[in-house]
Design a binder for this molecule. Sequence first.
Ligand code: COI
Length: 380
Amino acid sequence: MLSGLTITRAAKSRIGEVDFENLPFGAVFSDHMFSMSYSEGRWGDPRIEPYGPISLDPGTAMLHYGQTVFDGLKAFRGVDGAARVFRPERNAARLRESAARLCIPPVEEEVFIGAIRQLIELDHRWLPRREGQALYIRPLLIGTEAHLDVRPDTTYRFLMMTAPVGAYFDQNSGGVSLKAEATYTRAAAKGGMGYAKTAGNYAAGMLATANARREGFDQVLWLDSEQHRFVEEVGAMNIFFKTAGAGGSGGSGGSVITPPLGGSILPGVTRDSVIALIRDRGLTVEERPIAIDEVMDGIAGGSIEEVFGAGTAAVIAPVERLEYLGRNETLKNVPGPLTLALYDEIVGIQTGRLPDRHGWNMIVPLPASEAAAPMAVSSG
Ligand code: COI
């Protein structure tokens, strides 16, 4: 247990109000949240309390100037009844990197991981039981000082909440449709904060995403901010292109292309994991700039066979259609064999159905009564 942690339990659980058969993404939160405060140069007062509203002065500078970062990771109810948290130390590190970019004091990995363990132990009944579902963990760091000067705050709050979630993209829709954005950009040029998981990057994407949705697309495919030419990411996921000749599922000798991390792209934990799994299959992963014209021509000519996104919320999401400046290209055979195989493999590792050969999972034991009701899985 984290030293100095106090726990105040919710008087009444809200779990009975949740329809676990129809879980949307991020619409409902579990009973408890973790909270810690920073003042006079140090973090203190770690506590778990009932999930609920927090009070902020309207002059809180973070509300005006956006000094806030967050992260996202998932816990799964394993086939053996234990909970598995996927690569939490990577998210702890990324939160520290995001925080450093926004002058927010770092949260130690020990606290980050300890908070996750405590929340899962307390709210273990909220871990969904169906494959495709998970307990999404959302750590959030906010400045809390009321002032209108544009400078880093001197007080902060670290919150961690959990939410039982279903799929981010409709799993029955076949594939995601993307509009390559030719006008707006998500992140500023190199030297900006594109790699940080901070509110401003998501706010910057909302106008173009709303426009794209009105036109019938699911998401925007962001291009680089200087030339509007090179593919960056999808905002809620990193993007991968499998070229023909890369072999079918498990084949060898081919390649999968993904844009390199250059400061303007989010360093996705799922991105990193997927790169490792693709390489394990004997396929080459090229982290290199890829122009949108190369993508559109590749799909049209058949040299790009599969396009998929990878992210914590999105998992592995097949892309079916891309539009760029009025030109539409549709992938055949969606989801493709590599996309399907990677989805099955990563979900298999996350739920304990497949061996965790990279040692990615952090196991959190659940009470025996819970272990008797492990996650329902479909084989394959
Ligand atoms: C995640 O995948 O965890 C994210 O933060 C994406 C978010 C936009 C849902």
